[in-house]
Design a protein around this ligand. Structure first.
Ligand code: ADP
Length: 503
C-alpha cells in the first residue's frame, strides 16, 4: 500500500486535527526536500510560505468545519515552500477521513511548475503578438493617412495647375483666332500656316488640361452630375456631326442604329463627353475607308449604347489596361500616339458614377466595340433583343448579321460573366450561344439564373460545330453549323412566335 502511494506522481500527506503531518509519501519527500523523518510530526504550516500562513490557518479551520472534498485546481494560485526556501506553484485537493475516531485530512499536492511556466510563456507570447499587431496597425493607419494626404495634395496640385494653365491658354487661342480672322490685316501663306499650328497645338493642349481637370475632379469626388431627360438619337447625331470633318478626311462610313423614341436620363454634357471620347477613339484607331457603327437598345430602365469600329482592335491582354490612367497600347493609324491615355478612364468613371458600366469587346486586327449602359427609357415598344455569346470577338458575326435585318437588336459578348449581367439587366428575349456543346452547359447554367425573375425568360438557341447533344439543355434549341439564315430565323419564329418576322 505504501509502495503504491510512493509511486504516485503527486505528494500525499495525511494531517491530523492539530495540523501535524502523520504520513508523507516518497513524492512528498522529493517535492519539498525534507526527509520523511523531518516531515512526520511537523506542522503542515512548515510547507506553506510565511506570508500565506495566516490565510492557510483560516482555510484549514474552515475546511475542518465543513469538510467537503475539494478537487484540485479550483482556480486558486497556491504555493508551497521547499526546505531550501524555494517557492513551488502547487494545486491541492483535500479530503477527510476518520481513523480510530480521529479526523484526518488527506492533502494531495501537485507540482504545477511546468504548467504555470507553459501558460506564462503563452501569456507572454500573446502579449508580444498583440503589441506587434497594434504597432503594425498603427503603422498601417499612418501610411494610409500619408497616402490619402499625398493623393489629396496631388489632386489639388493637378487642379490648381490646370486652372492656372487654362487662363493664359485661352488668351493664346483667342489672339490666334483674331489673327486668323485677318481683321488686323491680311496674312501671307506662311503666317497663316504658323497661326494654324498655334491654334491646333493650343487646342490640343487645352484638351489635355481639361482631361487632367476632369480626372482630378473625378478622383476627389467633386465631379457634379445634373441628370436630365434627353433624346438619344438627337445626341448621337450631334456628336457625329461634330466629327464630320475627321470622318470625311478618313473617308469613314458611319452608321447609326439608335431607335427613335429612346431617351436617356443622365447629365447631358457628360453623356456627350463619353460618346465623343468613344467616337474619337474609333476614328483615331480605324484606317481610311473603315466603318464605324453607333447602335443602342433600351430595355426597361436600361439603355445600352455601343460604338463599334473596324479598326486595329485591341489584344485581349491589353484590354483591362486601357481603362487605366495614361495607358496607351501603341500608335494610332497615323503611326503616332495621340491623346493622353486619360479619355477611357474618364469616360469609364463618368459612366460608373452615374450607375452604369463601360467595357470593351475586341480582338487584335478585328476592330473594337465599346459598350456602356446608362439610365434610359423608351416611349415605343422595344424591339426583341438577343444576347449573343461567342468564344472569340466577332466569331459569331454572321449570326448577328442574320438577326439584325430581322428586327432583332443583338448585343454580343465573349464573356459569360458579362452575358449573365446583361441578361439580368436587359431581360433579352433570346440567348444565342455560339459555343461548343462541351462548354455550353456550364455557360447556360451560369447565365440562366440571372434571368430567373424575368417572365417568360429568354429562349436559348445553341449553335455549335459539333452535333453532340447537350446533356442538360434546359429548354435550349440546338442547331449545328453551318447554320443558314433560314434555319436560324425559322428556329426563332418557332421560339418567339409568328409575329417575330414582321417585327
Ligand atoms: P487616348 O487619349 O490615348 O486615346 P484613351 O484612354 O481614350 O486614351 O485610350 C487608351 C488606349 O486604348 C489608346 O491609346 C489605345 O491604345 C486604346 N484604344 C482606345 N480606343 C480604341 C479603339 N477604338 N481601337 C483600338 N484601340 C483603342
Amino acid at each position: 500500500m505504501v509502495a503504491l502511494l510512493d509511486a504516485a506522481p503527486d505528494a500525499i500527506f495525511q494531517v491530523d486535527a492539530a495540523g501535524r503531518i502523520v504520513f508523507a509519501n516518497a513524492t512528498a519527500v522529493a517535492m519539498f526536500g525534507y526527509s520523511r523523518d523531518e516531515l512526520l510530526g511537523a506542522n503542515v504550516e512548515m510547507l506553506v510560505p510565511a506570508p500565506a500562513r495566516r490565510a492557510h490557518e483560516g482555510h484549514l479551520a474552515g475546511y475542518r468545519n465543513r469538510p467537503i472534498n475539494r478537487p484540485m485546481g479550483l482556480g486558486m494560485e497556491l504555493e508551497g515552500v521547499r526546505k531550501d526556501g524555494h517557492l513551488l506553484p502547487v494545486e491541492i485537493s483535500l479530503s477527510s477521513v476518520e481513523c480510530d475516531g480521529e479526523k484526518l485530512t488527506i492533502a494531495i499536492v501537485r507540482d504545477v511548475t511546468e504548467r504555470r511556466r507553459a501558460s506564462e510563456q503563452m501569456r507572454q507570447l500573446r502579449e508580444q503578438f498583440t503589441a506587434e499587431l497594434e504597432e503594425r496597425n498603427r503603422q498601417l493607419e499612418q501610411r494610409n493617412a500619408d497616402v490619402e494626404r499625398s493623393s489629396r495634395l496631388k489632386t489639388e496640385f493637378l487642379s490648381s495647375v490646370s486652372h492656372e494653365l487654362r487662363s493664359p491658354l485661352h488668351t493664346i487661342i483667342g489672339f490666334a483666332d483674331l489673327l486668323a480672322e485677318e481683321l488686323e490685316g491680311p496674312l501671307n501663306d506662311r503666317q497663316k500656316r504658323f497661326v494654324t499650328n498655334i491654334r491646333d497645338d493650343s487646342g490640343h493642349l487645352l484638351a489635355i488640361i481639361n482631361d487632367l481637370l476632369d480626372i482630378s475632379r473625378i478622383e476627389s469626388g467633386r465631379m457634379e452630375y445634373r441628370p436630365e431627360r434627353f433624346s438619344l438619337p438627337e445626341v448621337v447625331d450631334e456628336v457625329v456631326a461634330a466629327w464630320e470633318l475627321q470622318i470625311s478626311a478618313k473617308d469613314l462610313r458611319v452608321e447609326t442604329a439608335v431607335p427613335a423614341g429612346s431617351w436617356i436620363e443622365a447629365d447631358r454634357l457628360r453623356f456627350k463627353q463619353i460618346l465623343i471620347n468613344l467616337i474619337s477613339n474609333a476614328i483615331k484607331f480605324t484606317r481610311e475607308s473603315g466603318r464605324i457603327q453607333i447602335a443602342a437598345a433600351v430595355r426597361g430602365q436600361v439603355a445600352l449604347v455601343r460604338v463599334t469600329d473596324s479598326g486595329i482592335g485591341i489584344a485581349p491582354e491589353n484590354q483591362p489596361a486601357i481603362f487605366e490612367k495614361f495607358f496607351q497600347v501603341g500608335a494610332t493609324t497615323h503611326g503616332l500616339p495621340e491623346g493622353t491615355g486619360l479619355g477611357l478612364p474618364i469616360a469609364a468613371q463618368m459612366v460608373i458614377q452615374q450607375g452604369g458600366d463601360l467595357w470593351v469587346e475586341s480582338g487584335l486586327g478585328l476592330g473594337s466595340s465599346f459598350l456602356f449602359t446608362a439610365k434610359g427609357v423608351m416611349d415605343t415598344e422595344p424591339r426583341p433583343l438577343a444576347v449573343l455569346v461567342e468564344g472569340v470577338y466577332r466569331e459569331a458575326e454572321l449570326l448577328a448579321e442574320y438577326l439584325r435585318p430581322a428586327g432583332v437588336d443583338v448585343v454580343a459578348t465573349s464573356s459569360p460573366a458579362r452575358a449573365r449581367k446583361l441578361t439580368g439587366e436587359l431581360h433579352p428575349e433570346l440567348l444565342l450561344l455560339d459555343l461548343d456543346p462541351v462548354s455550353v452547359e456550364g455557360v447556360i447554367d451560369a447565365i440562366i439564373p440571372a434571368a430567373e425573375n424575368a417572365d417568360p425568360g429568354p429562349r436559348v438557341v445553341v449553335v455549335s460545330s459539333s452535333d453532340q447533344k447537350i446533356a442538360r439543355p434546359r429548354g435550349a434549341v440546338q442547331l449545328t453549323k453551318p447554320v443558314s439564315k433560314r434555319a436560324l430565323t425559322g428556329a426563332l419564329e418557332g421560339l418567339l412566335g409568328g409575329g417575330f418576322r414582321s417585327r
